[in-house]
Design a protein around this ligand. Structure first.
Ligand code: DGJ
Length: 727
């Protein structure tokens, strides 16, 4: 699915149309959202959950059915928080919406329900969309605001969606984190007042706080039980998720673009489409909600990977950092092909003519090969890859520039800035963000990719990085009375450029990277195949980071690389190669080290791991995820498994994450299997110099595996096991 948000297109107002009333059930295979409107009323939300008979059943049960589906300031409930507020051209701050029209548009795998509302006084139209999928329990919602006034209006608040939840023991789980410590699930009960989760980085929105949240309706969040609503804002820029608890009856949830410094000016005859908010409901706990998101991601939410699996790759970054040269690149290609890998990615450090990229202080913007490092150009490298039977990939950071670059010398006006203010400099003391609102900059960014791919058609993979936030708020391109549109228009420009790239290069694999997992979001995934999960490749910490990331994102989106040890990011921690391989095998496998420095044992284990992964990867990358034991529960082990659609094959991962004497280790109880089928366990990626453990080759019923569970030999520190399970 390709989405281009925030389209600004001419449109006519619809003042004077007749009012609509009625009720509508919006359905997915297992869930239902019920909406209704009385004559002359705005749209009301009655229910979101598992399927019920309809509105009457709720009425009979005495449920409160009158919450606004999209509370607008001035319509109802002035003590609550608005999801929408408009400053009209004449200074009026109100909207009194009534539903004028309801229509349904059917597509091949979904139905979109469109409610058109009109302000009773001003010529402003608000459309609310709900797109329900036929095959997966996801409903996307978004709004469109049409300005038919004579002058510009200001969108002071323009959320994508709003949900009402019955009060109770309701908990939220959201991803908090940092660079190298992304996606730490933080769970807390909802109490009175307002809880806000937001990110104001400007370019990246998944470090610190991420634009997704799980809401557990039945008390403390459980992985495999309880009713859960999941929400992901499909947006790559600043966002705000809000929970407002003002009465004893309801929690109100709002999600949208953060309006702070972004009260959006909308010109006459223009319409503004908000990002989509993807919602799911599951009564199978957090894992159930995650599975719904993963299925949706595979079919709709990410670019063409779908059920396709990602290649096993070697990325040069942690092995060489900026120390790239032709001989080292070719040597690395030799190594990855000998291990059984399929792709080599040359990371940062390959470019710059006048200012060769030696470290992070220069050259961004000058996307020409550094002839000192690579005298034969990229052609020599793509040829070397071809000769070794592997693919070739390359790193770029197209939205950025260093002050020490030819690009900055020629186009200082292309960077985000405010005239007269001193520039605040980012990474390397010289990095700045290009002004993606400017069509000339958009063309330049498109051309970086276009030139690379037309001149080197064998490039099969691009790693697209973004290592700076917006520190200089200001655009020399946007008019002075449109500066507040910058945060939004930056991403509009980025998405437009990505769409252009996708239109011309639909097959190129592109990794979304932003200082690690800073851009793991559903705003960008429609244009990318995967993301770099974290700059922290320490396997123990990756158990935690990948766990949190998997709450919303599927395994084939998550790049997981084996690192070298001792590892600097975690103070020189040394983790056995077997554990490092097993952790990386639970996502899209790769390696991120200098193969020359590996021991024989590391080399052998890595080869075994890659060979075994090829047998498992279809199930891992496209199967259903069941998270079994959370590393955050401190039970000594963490465990997860994937099961294919037919429930005939599964892959189980178990990691020992604490180690002490007389340690109680729980039985590993599996999930997602057919209770009546008999499964054979085969241990995979067996530690070199060891035999498969005694459980390998044994047969068990699905019922036994799920009810009783396995006692796994996990004695030593960093013990880990991978099993293929087949019926
Ligand atoms: C940040 C990324 O997350 C790393 O993987 C690496 O590509 C560096 N940037 C290169 O500068």
């Amino acid at each position: 699915m390709k989405r281009l948000f925030l389209l600004l297109l001419p449109l006519m107002g619809t003042l004077g149309a007749a009012a609509w009333s009625g009720d509508v059930s919006i359905e997915t295979p297992n869930t239902m959202l019920i909406l209704h409107a009385g004559e002359g009323q705005d749209l009301r939300m009655a229910y979101y959950g598992l399927r019920v008979t309809g509105l009457q059943e709720l009425r009979n049960a005495g449920a409160d059915l009158n919450s606004s589906a999209l509370p607008a300031f001035g319509t109802v409930d002035m003590v609550g928080l608005p999801a929408l507020q408009v400053l009209h051209a004449d200074g009026d701050l109100n909207l009194e919406l009534r539903v004028d029209n309801y229509e349904v548009k059917a597509e091949s795998a979904s139905k979109t329900h469109i409610f058109t509302m009109q302000d009773k006084l001003q010529p402003v139209t608000v459309k609310v969309f709900y797109k329900a999928y036929d095959g997966v329990d996801i409903i996307e919602t978004w709004t469109e605001i049409v300005n038919a006034e004579k002058k510009a209006i200001t969108l002071k608040r323009y959320d994508s969606g709003h949900l009402v939840m019955r009060q109770g023991d309701v908990w939220i789980t959201h991803m908090h984190g940092n660079w190298a410590a992304e996606a730490e699930p933080t769970s807390e009960p909802l109490t009175g007042g307002v809880k806000t989760i937001r990110n104001t980085d400007g370019t990246r929105n998944a470090h610190l706080d991420a634009p997704e949240v799980m809401v557990s309706l039945d008390g403390r969040p459980q992985e495999n039980s309880g009713r859960v609503i999941g929400a992901a804002l499909c947006w790559s820029g600043n966002f705000e998720l809000r929970f407002n608890t003002i009465s004893h009856k309801e929690h109100h949830f709002y999600a949208g673009i953060d309006p702070q410094s972004s009260e959006y000016v909308l010109d006459p005859k223009q319409k503004f489409e908000t990002p989509h908010l993807a919602l799911t409901f599951s009564n199978e706990g957090l894992s159930g909600a995650s599975r719904n998101f993963h299925r949706w991601a595979r079919t709709e939410g990410m670019t063409h990977r779908g059920m396709k699996t990602g290649d096993i790759l070697l990325n040069s970054w942690e092995g060489l950092y900026f120390d790239i040269d032709e001989a080292r690149m070719i040597a690395m290609m030799d190594d990855i092909s000998k291990f059984g890998g399929e792709l080599f990615v040359m990371d940062d450090g390959w470019f710059g003519d006048k200012y060769p990229r030696k470290d992070d202080t220069s050259s961004l913007g000058d996307w020409v090969v550094d002839k000192n490092k690579l005298p034969g150009g990229l052609g020599v490298l793509t040829k070397a890859a071809r000769e070794r039977g592997i693919k070739f990939g390359i790193w770029i950071e197209p939205e950025m520039v260093n002050t020490k670059s030819e690009l900055y010398e020629h186009h200082p006006e292309w960077v985000l800035q405010t005239k007269g203010r001193e520039l605040k400099l980012g990474r390397g003391g010289t990095q700045l963000v290009l002004d993606m609102t400017n069509p000339e900059v958009q063309d330049f960014v498109f051309k970086i990719v276009d030139d690379l791919l037309t001149q080197n058609p064998e490039i099969a993979y691009i790693k697209w990085d973004a290592n700076a936030s917006i520190q200089n708020f200001g655009s020399l391109y946007l008019p002075k009375d449109r500066q507040q549109n910058l945060y939004v228009d930056y991403h509009l420009g980025l998405l437009k450029t990505l769409q252009r790239i996708r239109d011309k290069y639909p097959d190129i694999v592109i990794q979304d990277c932003a200082s690690g997992g800073g851009r793991a979001n559903y705003g960008l995934l429609p244009y990318f195949d995967e993301f770099w999960t974290s700059d922290n490749t320490d396997a123990l910490q990756r158990v935690f980071i990948q766990w949190g990331t998997s709450l919303f994102f599927p395994a084939n989106a998550m790049a997981c690389h084996i690192n070298h040890c001792p590892y600097w990011n975690t103070g020189g921690r040394v983790i056995p190669i077997k554990f490092r391989c097993d952790v990386a095998m639970s996502g899209r496998l790769g390696i991120e080290l200098q193969p020359k420095d590996m021991t024989d044992e590391e080399r052998q284990q890595t080869s075994t791991c890659m060979a075994d992964y090829k047998q498992l990867r279809q199930v891992v990358q496209t199967g259903d995820l069941y998270r079994l034991i959370s590393p955050y529960d401190h039970k000594g082990v963490s465990s997860l498994m994937y099961v294919d659609d037919s429930h005939r094959q599964g892959v189980l991962f178990v990691y020992k994450i604490d180690n002490y004497y007389d340690q109680p280790i729980p039985r590993i109880r599996l999930a997602g299997l057919n209770p009546d089928a008999t499964y054979t366990l085969t241990e995979k990626n067996v530690r070199v110099s060891q035999k498969p453990c005694s459980l390998s080759g044994k047969r068990f019923t699905g019922r036994f595996l799920m009810e009783v569970g396995l006692e796994l030999p996990l004695r030593e520190e960093y013990a880990s096991r991978v099993f293929f399970i087949e019926n």
